[in-house]
Design a binder for this molecule. Sequence first.
Ligand SMILES: Cc1cc2nc3c(=O)[nH]c(=O)nc-3n(C[C@H](O)[C@H](O)[C@H](O)COP(=O)(O)OP(=O)(O)OC[C@H]3O[C@@H](n4cnc5c(N)ncnc54)[C@H](O)[C@@H]3O)c2cc1C
Length: 478
Amino acid sequence: MSRRSRTLVWFRGKDLRIADHEPLIRAAADGEVIPVFVFDPYFFHPQRARKLPHRMQFLLESVNELSQNLASVGSKLVCLSGRSSKVIPEIVAAWNVSRVVAYRWVEPFGRVRDAGIARDLAVPFDLYEGETLHPPGHLRTGKGDPYSVFTPFSRAFRKEAAIPRPLPAPRDLGPVPRAALASAGEIPALAQLGIPVNPNIQQGGEAAGQKRLAEFIRGYLADYAHGRDQLGENATSRLSADIKFGTLSIRSVWWAVRELSTTKPTESAERFLTELIWRDFSYSSLWDRPELLQAPFRPAWANFPWRDDPEAWEAWVSGRTGYPVIDAAARQLTETGFMHGRARMITASFLCKHLLLDYRRGEAHFMRYLTDGDWAQNNAGWQWSAGCGCDAQPYFRVFNPVSQGQRFDPDGNYVRRWLPELSSLPARYIHNPWLAPPDILTLAGINLGDDYPEPIVDHAFARNRFLTVAKAHLNCPN
Ligand SMILES: Cc1cc2nc3c(=O)[nH]c(=O)nc-3n(C[C@H](O)[C@H](O)[C@H](O)COP(=O)(O)OP(=O)(O)OC[C@H]3O[C@@H](n4cnc5c(N)ncnc54)[C@H](O)[C@@H]3O)c2cc1C
């Protein structure tokens, strides 16, 4: 009589759901399933965890809900602590596991970890696709090279990518073996890691993600093509943390919108799907060029003469640059763990170009505070903004923080929301308070330089400084 297979389903923090979890669903069809989450000190040592407080909060809420969802279908999330490279081979041997399954990770450190574990295991370690819509490393130019420009990548994606339909959540998984139950530990509380709860962070978990997706489809999606750029309107999906932690699968987000656009494509639905393809582009770029997390894509940018200016850095981080749209973005980030996508572009450009500070410092700051902080996308966003990445913004395009504010926050609602000290300023001066006549400032209760800073750098001066330095360094003919 053949023994049923016993599969260890390893949840790894980017797949915190039971709906459309292919490794889980396929394993359940094969036999016994042991769902496992390992609290690896690489992320969960309190000193490390405190460096990503918002992501930790969202993640722990999501792991808790995953545990409840697995219990509701008769299983149990077995939580363990230790280096996963050690824990996984140990439990596979101790629990007589016949196979380990998980989702593949794109990040270089995840790939190194997985290669080591595969070597140490005496049983198969099967990695599923699903972190991205289309497996990274598959779309190639006519010459067989990885794409470095988005438009042809997107064209090839739309032609070649066959995106599987999402699978329904399993109904009954069956109990986990006694040996595994006996080893199960607790999910750490945020307080145990020394992180205070921030009530402004989005709620984690599969149910909250599904609700956000349904609400977006019923609401803001219809006007997404226009609304996505309006800073004051909150009209984007806000699904980035769900996608990052996999409380929603990327396939289910794609299909939820694709279905709507199949019979009668709308500009907004197509625009949204294009954003999801940008995400695949970032992942594919990192897959093919793992060095991107350390170095710029364009070699000419190596050793770029970034400045070191602690005061400018501190002003940017704390939202005291004197440019309202930049400062509003800084405060939105630290207070809520989110920053509007358009604001990310404007403020990243300001750090690199106006302040001439290394994009990698901004990248690390975003990774610290963004709930959706994601290595591939954040790195791509920063390299794009600095001008050194795949299909980047040309270096000589320097966003003017005043006109960007006037264009994407014309009424000043975004600024007013995050900078209450400017809330009484008329829209005409909300993006350049230093131009407001003294009586208007007095009426708005603002003592410039005291209640709110004067600009730390003049736009025209900063623009010229950057262009001069960049031209000289990149050896540009004009
Ligand atoms: C400097 C910089 C840093 C960034 N860092 C991150 C990050 O750490 N994590 C992250 O998820 N996104 C990052 N982005 C991309 C983008 O800003 C966010 O995904 C988006 O603002 C999240 O809000 P949303 O879910 O409401 O987006 P929506 O506009 O509703 O978009 C839907 C989804 O599409 C994807 N998407 C949207 N815009 C982009 C883009 N430009 N590139 C790649 N994918 C995109 C995201 O998964 C997003 O959730 C960064 C962009 C910049 C310029």
